[in-house]
Design a protein around this ligand. Structure first.
Ligand code: GLC
Length: 735
């Protein structure tokens, strides 16, 4: 049973039938009209006339709308000053926190910690619902293999499998067990239609992917969200092989409703309906509205084309009233499930999450999202003041004292001024330790006048260790924030190389801390830094979490949810690519570049620890299985902490279908498990694989497994799989 189609109470069903029977066409279309209240700007146009529109019963919901007083007053207008008194929906992009900001989604994905990701969504929902919100446009589930795309920061990474699990965790977190509870939010799986595969890595561009790749990579996270009961789905701005998702009946009505049985709401993206004209498939707004409705769209976000033109469409027979009634019913059902008919003001109470819970979770999520990419000579963890090992620490770079940047994009109603900067976190961790902390920005994030690389180098020369804080500004990723380069912006590379030169002269370690919304291709840094932390944008508690890892109060446990390229020229690059007939080799006639190695800088699933894990054994309960045996096989992986301190390992299980009717990926993630182990302790990660876990879109486009040989492999990341075993699926004797 899913929240989107959980049974309504008889009274709610009767109320909805009664409302629909009494509504005029314009009142019906009003329910399908979603307008921005402008408390945040998330699109190209803003609108100020929503108050009058509400009074006229022409609005079904407001987004970018939060705050107890504001939502209460807008709700009062709808409930008390309109003919039928239908309550409004209030929505906002609570993507990674409301006021308390958690790591950006790509950062949280690096935690591979599903309980954590569910918990932060739960807390964010409680905090947001306490300010009158009912509905969030999250989770964003767009798989992405191209870091030029700015919205990679907002998604779950490159693996459809990991993204499916994140989808379920986030929908459970936001929606809780009962949408009518006052600390839940209706969730929105967005943006369906291979949005993460735009041409040239530029936002909104066409996604010309095969149906096989669409169904194997880009759709599965959305299906997982539907199975988890997601209340709504948002089609993407782009066209999918020429047909814009907003008007793509084959996708919306055909696959999502028809094949998956989705019973919830389709809400368009910002003005996406009227943008069908710019796509060149609609002659005018009326044509756009009719096409979107026909494709299955229910709510029109911000373009107001439904309210303006579908009345005429009903009268001239080009817009079926039955379609409109079905859409109105879905909107009213969501309002009923949220309990709005029983108590329209239910959500304007004290937040259901304590400041302590929120802050603690923000710090925990942040440190679990940090990935240790390099650590030469155990440069990390830094040793605080004991034995005078660290008398002076220099914190250099434009991201050192940059609290406002730590929230990243889509930072909701978060207060950038309250975010803990990396420098502040380090200073707090070293307070009273006897270690002196020096700071110099060296240069701005982007090129600018206030550059002082010489001064920064002079500061670094006074230190026993240097923390070099580099990366992107928050606005350099997120919507419409695409880059044609994966280098550091501005003059940061010059700053870094000058500091590295000075440190090398004195044999002083340099720890690079990268803050970015995407993987950056920095082989020159990989070659010279003593240690590298990838921190994404860690949110309100960023500085404390970075310090926890720098000084060993947290043993880094993050693992890459995306491949890190050696060069932009390698993009798209991902772990689950299909094999080629001429794989990389020493033979001239093989897949290669003349100027860079084919392998990535860091592979999918990669991340180091302050301890060492040894992969001891891989055991299968059987080495073959009849293809019809849904019971599957049990798989156990024994791992030992062979190092000096507690640590958390993410055991990864990959499969390869060695021979099939279609060329199958060289590796596919099919399981992951976190083991927390003390020094010397051995733990076992357990998995179960059934024939359906080997399913794919076969040569004839049917979906299912095929008999044959598979390799099952386990290890710390996709490029390091020390434990391997063969497995066979046997054709059913009956077939
Ligand atoms: C934006 C985004 C979408 C967001 C919506 C409302 O354009 O594409 O993700 O939910 O508008 O803010």
């Amino acid at each position: 049973m899913t929240a989107a189609d959980a049974p309504l109470s008889l009274s709610d069903s009767a109320r909805i039938d009664d409302l629909i029977s009494r509504m005029t066409i314009e009142e019906k279309l009003g329910q399908l009209n979603l307008l921005t209240a402008d408390l945040a700007t998330t699109g190209p146009s803003v609108r100020g006339d929503y108050v009058e529109e509400i009074r006229k019963g022409r609005v079904g919901g407001l987004f970018n709308a939060y705050g107890r007083d504001f939502t209460r007053e807008m709700q009062r207008l709808a409930v008390e000053e309109t003919r039928l008194g239908v309550p409004l929906l209030f929505a906002f992009d609570v993507i990674h926190g409301h006021r308390t900001i958690f790591p950006v989604p790509l950062g949280e994905a690096a935690s591979w910690d599903l309980d954590l990701m569910e918990r932060t969504a739960r807390l964010a929902a409680a905090e947001a619902a306490g300010e009158g919100l009912h509905w969030t446009f999250a989770p964003m589930l767009d798989v992405c293999r191209d870091p030029r795309w700015g919205r990679i920061v907002e998604g779950p990474g490159e693996s459809a499998f990991l993204s499916m699990h994140i989808a379920r965790a986030k929908v459970r977190g936001y929606q809780g067990g009962d949408l009518a509870a006052s600390d839940t939010l209706a969730a929105t799986a967005k943006h369906i239609g291979a949005y993460g595969a735009p041409r040239a890595g530029r936002d909104y561009e066409t996604a010309d992917v095969s149906e096989r790749t669409l169904r194997e990579i880009y759709l599965p996270p959305f299906r997982a969200a539907v199975e988890a009961g997601v209340a709504s789905i948002m089609p993407s701005f782009n066209d999918l092989a020429g047909v814009p998702a907003t008007a793509n009946e084959a996708l919306l009505d055909g696959i999502v409703r028809g094949e998956w049985g989705f019973g919830g709401l389709f809400v368009s993206d910002y003005e996406a309906v009227e943008e069908l004209k710019a796509h060149g498939i609609a002659a005018d707004d009326a044509d756009a509205a009719r096409q979107a409705l026909a494709a299955g769209l229910d709510m029109d976000m911000q373009s107001a084309t439904f309210i303006a033109h579908l009345g005429d469409g009903v009268r001239d027979g080009t817009a079926p009233l039955a379609r409109i009634d079905a859409a109105v019913r879905r909107v009213l059902e969501l309002k009923a499930r949220l309990g709005l008919f029983d108590d329209p003001y239910r959500r304007c109470r004290e937040p259901a999450a304590s400041a302590e819970d929120l802050t603690g979770a923000a710090r925990d999520a942040a440190r679990r999202s940090i990935v240790l990419l390099r650590n030469v000579g155990e440069a990390l963890p830094l040793r605080r003041g004991d034995g005078g090992a660290l008398r002076t620490l220099a914190v250099i770079g434009p991201l050192a004292d940059a609290g406002r940047e730590m929230l990243g994009s889509w930072a909701g109603a978060g207060d950038p001024d309250k975010a803990v900067a990396i420098l502040a976190g380090i200073e707090a961790a070293l307070a009273g330790s006897g270690t002196r902390v020096l700071h110099a920005a060296g240069c701005p994030i982007e090129s600018g006048e206030d550059e002082d690389i010489t001064g920064a180098v002079a500061t670094a020369r006074q230190a026993d260790a240097v923390v070099l804080c580099l990366g992107e500004a928050a606005w350099m990723s997120g919507e419409a924030a695409c880059r044609s380069s994966l280098d550091l912006p501005g003059r940061q590379q010059a700053l870094a190389e000058a500091v590295l030169d000075a440190a090398a002269e004195r044999g002083v370690p340099v720890i690079a801390v990268l803050t970015s919304g995407r993987p950056l291709a920095l082989p020159w840094l990989e070659a010279r830094a003593s240690a590298i932390l990838q921190t994404w944008f860690l949110g309100s508690q960023a500085g404390r979490a970075v310090a926890d890892v720098l000084f060993g109060d947290w043993n880094p446990s993050g693992r890459l949810p995306v491949t890190v390229p050696r060069s932009l020229g390698q993009v798209p690059i991902h772990h689950d690519q299909r094999p080629t007939g001429r794989p990389p080799s020493d033979n001239w006639y093989s897949s290669k570049y003349l100027d860079v190695r084919a392998e990535p800088l860091y592979p999918f699933g990669f991340g180091l620890s302050y301890t060492r894990f040894r992969y001891d054994a891989l055991r299968l309960s059987a080495d073959s299985l009849p293809i019809g045996d849904a019971a599957g096989i049990e798989i156990a992986v024994d791992v030992t902490n062979a190092g000096p301190r507690d640590g958390e390992e993410t055991v990864q299980l990959y499969v390869r279908d060695l021979v099939a009717s279609v060329a199958r990926p060289v590796r596919e993630l099919r399981g992951f498990a976190k083991l927390r182990l003390a020094p010397g302790e051995t733990g076992t990660a357990s998995f179960r694989l059934a024939p359906d876990d080997f399913a794919f879109v076969r040569r004839d486009m049917s979906v299912g497994p095929e008999p044959g040989e598979f390799e099952i492999a386990a290890g710390p990341n996709v490029a390091d799989l020390p434990l391997r075993s063969r497995f066979r699926l046997d054709a059913d004797a009956r077939s």
